[in-house]
Design a protein around this ligand. Structure first.
Ligand SMILES: [Zn+2]
Length: 489
């Protein structure tokens, strides 16, 4: 159907303007009826957050998402545009997207008086109808609602109090769309009052002049739950006008979390060598976030964002890429050591409690990686005896290599440890497989044993087993020597 180009044409069509919240409701109902996913790309919220958002929209509520950082709150709000119509008409030239049949602004009224049915129309796409603002304490009424513009007044010969002299802020510009304010509690009290007045009556005061703007806007917000519930952070009448409070959460299962990370992390790169990320690497990286969220030295109120595993995995892949290119390997396979190399992607993202601050982010993050490794290692090897491997170290064997050593070099060393390479079968790796995968699997076993403290590892020594006091390593460099000595005791 041809889109109407003028008011006159529009009047002859079937068009009747609906409010944005009715429009969202109608589109939501249609999606539900045909079984279309409501918000694509939002993982792990199907049984919790999404039904609550759907209810809020069906109820035509303004709503707020309460959650810690990195819980996809902004992403959910942005995806609300999928509930808007493909295209809606507005009066061409209007700064606040006026409905052609029910214009609010004075400029449109004047244009209609002048041009009548010939007044031209323009169209808005869904993405034009989403306005987002991060609340900070320095956001002003002028930013959000508007200001009187003396220059506009002088130029047009209008009184300063005339509506024609308003320079509109973000909220009027979101008219007939969605206005999202992130971190609502950071908004100054008087702006909250302004928002409330708009929501309540469509009335605001700009520099003391009352302005009537019955805007049609779906207001959505986000906040950290603790800030939102703190007394005095949100003015009560505003809270009262927010129809639904919806709690978000971190992914409940490792599987959901890994699916999110797989979707968000930049891993498909156009490098010269083929990337293969072993499953256990993905699992450890993901477990880091789970462990960090339980770690008592990490600040619970601030949370551990899903961006932690996402950026970590990106760095892990880069570290493996670096090594593969340096060693001219045709496969890029991340190994557990790459997770430690990825620490710069982690240390800045966890807020520490006092005790953690004292120990330093580096040390806390190392502990967390070790816990994550132990958790995943137990998943694969809990019921397997790895005694022969541990014994090799107990008998004085040590293993040290550079994180950038080639797979070939590693496998040469790993071969000396009886049973080590064979045990990678548990991980679905076979000895005849690619040597890079084999090296990654064997290193995972050593890292797992180190994480469970059955063997030790540090920067200077590599993998080893602590000897009793008085025994200097120089006396017994070979396992045989250790063995002899022990059997004499
Ligand atoms: Zn207008």
């Amino acid at each position: 159907m041809q889109k109407a180009k003028t008011i006159g044409e529009l009047k002859k069509s079937l068009y009747k303007g609906v409010s944005v919240r009715d429009e969202m409701r109608a589109n939501l109902l249609r999606k539900l009826a045909v079984g279309e996913p409501l918000f694509s790309g939002i993982i792990g919220f199907d049984d919790s957050v999404i039904p609550q958002i759907a209810n809020a929209i069906l109820s035509r509520h303004n709503f707020i998402l309460l959650g810690l950082r990195g819980q996809a709150k902004s992403r959910i709000l942005r995806s609300l545009v999928t509930l808007l119509d493909d295209s809606i008409p507005f009066l061409a030239g209007c700064e606040i997207n006026d409905d052609p049949l029910k214009p609010l602004c004075r400029a449109c009224h004047e244009r209609l008086a002048e041009m009548g049915d010939d007044a031209p129309l323009d169209y808005l796409r869904p993405e034009d109808r989403y306005v987002e603002k991060l609340a900070t304490p320095d956001v002003t009424i002028a930013d959000i609602i508007g200001d009187l513009d003396p220059i506009k007044a002088a130029r047009g010969g209008h009184a300063l109090s005339s509506e024609l002299t308003i320079h509109y802020g973000l909220l009027p510009r979101a008219n007939r769309g969605i206005f999202a304010i992130n971190e609502l509690p950071d908004l100054a009290g008087k702006i909250q009052v302004g928002l409330f007045n708009i929501m309540q009556e469509g009335d605001v005061q700009i520099k003391g002049y009352p302005v009537r703007l019955p805007l049609d806007v779906a207001l959505v917000f986000t906040a950290n739950p603790e800030d939102y519930t703190a007394r005095g952070k949100i003015i009560t009448p505003l809270k009262d006008r927010i129809g639904s409070e919806i709690r978000t959460h971190y992914p409940a299962t490792l599987e959901h979390a890994m699916a999110i990370t797989a979707q968000e992390a930049w891993t498909e790169r156009n490098g010269s060598s083929k990337l293969v990320i072993p499953q256990f690497i993905k699992e450890i990286v993901e477990s880091i976030a789970f462990e960090a969220r339980q770690e008592k030295r990490v600040d619970k109120r601030s949370g551990v964002s899903q961006r932690v595993p996402i950026t970590c995995l990106e760095n892990v892949v880069s570290s493996a890429e670096y090594r593969a290119v340096k060693n001219h390997e045709d496969k890029t396979v991340p190994r557990p050591c790459d997770i430690y190399t990825a620490m710069p992607s982690l240390t800045g993202k966890v807020e520490l409690e006092y005790e953690g601050e004292m120990r330093g982010a580096d040390s806390v993050v190392r502990d967390i990686i070790r816990q994550a490794t132990a958790r995943i290692f137990k998943k694969y090897y809990d019921d397997v005896s790895l005694h022969s491997i541990v014994q090799w170290f107990e008998l004085g064997g040590t293993l040290k290599y550079s994180p950038n050593a080639s797979a070939e070099e590693l496998n040469g060393q790993f071969k000396k440890i009886q049973g080590l390479l064979e045990q990678t079968q548990r991980l679905g790796i076979k000895a005849k497989d690619d040597p890079t995968l084999l090296a990654a699997g064997a290193e995972f076993i050593l890292e797992g044993l180190a994480a469970l403290r059955r063997i030790s590892r540090n920067e200077e020594m590599g993998y080893y087993v602590e000897r009793p006091r008085g025994e200097s390593p120089s006396e017994q460099t070979s396992p045989v020597a250790t063995h002899r000595r022990r059997s004499l005791n």
